[in-house]
Design a protein around this ligand. Structure first.
Ligand SMILES: *[C@@H]1O[C@H](CO)[C@@H](O)[C@H](O)[C@H]1NC(C)=O
Ligand SMILES: *[C@@H]1O[C@H](CO)[C@@H](O)[C@H](O)[C@H]1NC(C)=O
Ligand SMILES: *[C@@H]1O[C@H](CO)[C@@H](O)[C@H](O)[C@H]1NC(C)=O
Ligand SMILES: *[C@@H]1O[C@H](CO)[C@@H](O)[C@H](O)[C@H]1NC(C)=O
Length: 417
């Protein structure tokens, strides 16, 4: 890849969200026959206590700076599942599936699921015999056409709706460090104005101080405390903050574990399996632009369609500033840019006009260090939260940390000056 290409790919990583923990060592979780005996009868999602007690100080995403492959991570997951004696109920898993390439994907929300749903749709359209237009990238698939799949894979007999036997397919799942997932959910759904998430998270999370703005002013700490509280009360979790159980990490026998932290390498690998050379070529030089444009469009369209509900709670000027802030935290616009609209201008500007304002701010941002900006925001947000709250977060996602080899106690988030 050219150095320009590498540069662009680095940018993708930034946008995709890179919270790569520094690798200090590397420990394989050892199989323990005792655990096998102790928990042989449990038939629901439960990891053995001693497995969870083992310290994985080390993110398995990288090993001494060398990125592991998705196949390595799948092997690790298989061993961790055996070691943890995790059994899972339910045998139907919702997946996307391509019968030509025999590739199966289990979506978890907030984890590039729209992107992958669009890739599957693009591959399907490009595989059609009489297609006269070849889609260049998944961004050419309108979001409205990338509907969630209604295919179900049966773990017990290896069959899939409509297509029958799919035992030998390439199965992958996309995961991310749980701290990164929570950060991303908060930034996307609560920093960016969203009345549905104000209702489901903002309002209940600020109940004790009775927010006057529908919970739109919920802080990251309040959000985390609320997530912890609902997990502890064993309430049904919104998929954005749920455990990864929906994809049955231990039941599916995944071929490949895709991580958001290795977005670049993993995307290249899977697009190669799909033989989408045109996309690979296009992405090599232009992915960051595609991605930024998509992020800007997506962050703006929703709020404009919810404008009546939003303005019952906050001014439209404040709402647009929320969109702006979200794009800064996501590293699309430099923090050096200041919000350019006056209150009256915000009232008047339409969706297309505002998209133009955002695109221009991105252009003005130039070649800023997007990855550093994003990482700084991530650390800043977490280090403002008391350590005991982080400890509770750690506990509720302990299984995810352990199964996928993420550091559950990263110093950069836990150590206070
Ligand atoms: C795991 O750790 C908890 C608290 O740290 C302790 O109470 C428990 O006994 C430990 N369990 C095992 C099996 O080591
Ligand atoms: C799980 O997948 C691995 C590697 O893909 C394979 O070697 C193994 O036989 C599979 N196990 C089961 C139970 O299907
Ligand atoms: C991959 O696509 C190219 C053209 O884009 C085609 O010539 C080739 O046969 C395809 N390979 C497979 C394995 O489908
Ligand atoms: C922002 O401005 C400061 C001071 O003018 C400068 O040092 C810094 O490099 C700029 N940062 C970016 C991301 O452009």
């Amino acid at each position: 890849m050219t150095s320009r290409g590498v540069c662009k790919w680095r940018f993708i990583l930034k946008i995709a969200g890179v919270y790569i923990c520094i690798t200090l060592g590397y420990q394989l979780v050892k199989l323990s026959m005792n655990q096998l005996k102790t928990h042989a009868n449990s038939n629901y999602v439960r990891a053995s206590q001693s497995f969870l007690n083992q310290t994985t100080t080390l993110a398995r995403v990288t090993h001494r700076g060398v990125t592991t492959t998705g196949y390595d991570r799948a092997n690790y997951l298989r061993q961790a599942c055996q070691s943890a004696m995790i059994h899972q109920v339910g045998k139907q898993v919702r997946v996307s599936y391509d019968p030509n390439y025999k590739i199966m994907y289990c979506p978890l929300c907030k984890l590039a699921s729209t992107f992958w749903t669009r890739v599957f749709k693009m591959v399907e359209l490009n595989s059609m015999e009489n297609t006269n237009e070849h889609l260049l990238t998944p961004f050419d698939v309108p979001i409205s056409k990338a509907r969630r799949s209604e295919l179900y894979y049966n773990i017990q007999d290896g069959s899939i709706t409509k297509y029958g036997d799919a035992k030998d397919s390439f199965k992958f799942v996309v995961v991310r460090n749980p701290y990164g997932t929570l950060f991303s959910a908060f930034v996307d759904k609560l920093v960016g104005p969203n009345p549905f998430f104000w209702r489901s998270f903002g309002t209940p999370a600020t109940a004790n101080r009775k927010s006057k703005v529908c919970g739109s002013d919920v802080t990251f700490e309040e959000f985390l405390r609320y997530v912890v509280k609902t997990h502890k009360a064993k309430k049904q979790q919104d998929c954005h903050v749920a455990n990864f159980d929906a994809c049955h990490p231990c039941g599916m026998n995944y071929t490949y574990v895709f991580t958001m932290e290795t977005f670049k390498d993993d995307t290249i690998h899977i697009l190669k399996l799909f033989n989408q050379t045109q996309t690979l070529k296009e992405f090599e030089t232009k992915f960051s632009d595609y991605h930024a444009h998509d992020a800007i469009d997506d962050s703006t369209s929703g709020p404009y369609s919810w404008k009546p509900s939003i303005t019952k709670c906050i001014s439209w000027h404040t709402a647009l500033q929320g969109i702006w802030r979200k794009l800064q935290i996501r590293g699309v616009i430099s923090n050096n840019e200041t919000f350019p609209l006056k209150e009256e201008e915000s009232m008047d500007i339409g969706r297309k006009g505002f998209i133009k304002v955002l695109s221009e701010a991105r252009k003005r941002s130039g070649k800023f260090d997007s990855s550093k900006q994003k990482k700084d925001e991530y650390i800043k947000m977490f280090t403002q939260v008391p350590v005991d709250v982080l400890e509770s977060v750690r506990e509720i996602y302990l299984k995810e940390f352990k199964l996928f080899g993420y550091d559950d106690h990263p110093a950069e988030l836990f150590v206070r000056a």
